[in-house]
Design a protein around this ligand. Structure first.
Ligand code: ADP
Length: 470
């Protein structure tokens, strides 16, 4: 299994392809050289044979013109024969020469012949013919022939020599091929090792980085290559991981803190009640505190559960047409009830009948969270204004109050989980800092947005934008 795995490794695959390409190139080159040399030798041999035939032909022409009565029909003059022998003795190549009469009778023959001579009639005059024929010693013989009346000149050369050169070349190639294969596999393995060494170093460094030392970074590379890019990506990923780990830690601290306060109250009250006998009125007060704190804790746990489900994508939402006029009117009625107890004035301004696609319950939850904040953070005598208008393809709902406002340094943070601006506890002691985080999620899951503008001491205005149902 391990061998199979290592065979599939990038390094093995790279080595394999490297070796394959190198061997293929080597074979192709060898084959090309082989074919080229064979061709070259053939051309060269034909050229030499033709030249030799021409040389003898010229000699005979000369002889015929100088000797009165020309060359005898059945034999060569001793001078011509000597000159031919001398010529071919000096020539390092082992040519075979046969001179025949037109009818095939041999007039002159060099020692090693054994060539099947074509009948003279088939040899055209003034044109050198070339052909190959099998040799008695194996291989083949290349023959050039030409008719010079009254003779036919044959010059031949055994291709055994040229074949031997090529065979030699082939055997050299066959010896070199496995060596080239071994060298290319070893070279490929070595080269890919060099390429992967820095990657291995990076991965070893990255492996050392754990949740506890996320402040570490892989040392950046000065060269802006693929590896440098990989290191930058890893370092960015570590930074993002650190941010989410920090967020998680902060979140756990906040959860613990939010639950600790009611639990401390419950513990203290219980200890007090157990320390001495209590009256019925004190018992009732105790029970009321218990209930209030339990309700607060359950709300925090419910909100957390909802956010956790939302994060995990497990929250199932309805996708129905929600008539926003109804929703805003319900919100206004809720506002009237809430504001009555706190002596706040509520104003509603809506004139558009628009529908939004989404989950009516969640949208109501979103508006109620903003409204309840507006009521909580506005002192008695203040005003809450609710307006709903259509702008382009969006429904714009604004919930404005004349409350305490949000400090400038906190405005960017109020949608974060558990964030509460300074002084928030005085106005809303039961709050947990989760309401706006949930509201933001609901707006975004409906492809909308939520934003705020606020003037400390003068009031805040939350704007919710939702795409209209087209
Ligand atoms: P909380 O339970 O504290 O109200 P939220 O998530 O609803 O939590 O709000 C986060 C913080 O935003 C609040 O603690 C408060 O500081 C600030 N805030 C929200 N709405 C208003 C508002 N209408 N006026 C002033 N401050 C607000």
């Amino acid at each position: 299994m391990n061998i199979l795995h290592s065979l599939k490794s990038v390094r093995s695959v790279l080595t394999f392809w490297y070796a394959l390409i190198l061997v293929a190139a080597f074979t192709l080159f060898g084959y090309g050289v082989f074919v080229y040399l064979r061709q070259l030798q053939e051309v060269e041999l034909e050229k030499n044979l033709t030249e030799e035939v021409d040389w003898i032909a010229k000699l005979m022409d000369l002889e015929r013109s100088t000797v009165p009565g020309g060359i005898s029909i059945d034999r060569l003059s001793a001078d011509v024969e000597r000159r031919i022998v001398d010529h071919f003795m000096v020539n390092p190549r082992n040519y075979i020469i046969i001179l025949t009469t037109g009818s095939g009778g041999i007039v002159f023959q060099s020692p090693s012949s054994g060539i099947q001579i074509l009948p003279g009639a088939e040899i055209l005059s003034d044109q050198t013919m070339l052909w190959s024929m099998p040799s008695a010693e194996g291989g083949s013989i290349r023959v050039a022939a030409r008719r010079i009346e009254p003779f036919v000149i044959h010059v031949a050369y055994t291709e055994k020599v040229t074949d031997a050169v090529l065979e030699h070349l082939l055997s050299i190639f066959l010896v070199l091929a496995p060596i080239a294969l071994i060298v290319s596999v070893a070279g490929g393995w070595f080269l890919s090792g060099i390429v992967f060494r820095p990657i291995r170093q990076v991965s070893q460094l990255a492996r050392k980085i754990t949740a506890e030392n996320l402040d570490q970074q892989v040392p950046p590379r000065n060269v802006n290559d693929e590896l440098g890019e990989l290191i930058t990506t890893i370092n960015e990923m570590i930074r993002r991981l650190r941010a989410s780990f920090d967020q998680m830690r902060e979140f756990s601290v906040n959860v613990a803190h939010e639950l600790k306060t009611p639990l401390t109250i419950l513990k203290g009250e219980s200890e007090l009640a157990l320390a001495k006998p209590i009256t019925r009125a004190a018992g009732e007060k105790l029970a009321t505190t218990y209930l209030e704190e339990t309700v607060r804790m359950s709300r925090i746990v419910e909100d957390l559960l909802m956010l956790a489900k939302a994060d995990a994508g497990q929250l199932v939402l309805q996708h129905e047409a929600v008539p926003m006029a109804d929703l805003v009117r319900d919100l206004f009625e809720d506002a009237q009830i809430l504001c009555a107890t706190k002596k706040l004035h509520v104003v509603l301004r809506t004139n558009d009948q628009a529908n939004v696609r989404g989950d009516a319950l969640r949208l109501r939850q979103l508006f109620r969270a903003i409204l309840s904040n507006a009521v909580q953070y506005t002192d008695p005598g203040g005003e809450i204004r609710i307006s709903s208008t259509v702008s382009g393809h969006e429904l714009v709902v604004e919930i404005e109050d004349t409350g305490v406002g949000i400090p400038a340094e906190s405005i960017d943070k109020i949608f974060q989980r558990f964030f509460r601006a300074e002084g928030a506890r005085d106005h809303a002691p039961g709050g947990s800092g989760l309401g706006l985080a949930i509201a933001k999620w609901i707006a975004e899951v409906h492809h909308g947005s939520i934003s705020v503008r606020s003037t400390p001491g003068a009031g805040s205005c939350f704007t919710i934008r939702l795409p209209l149902l087209s």
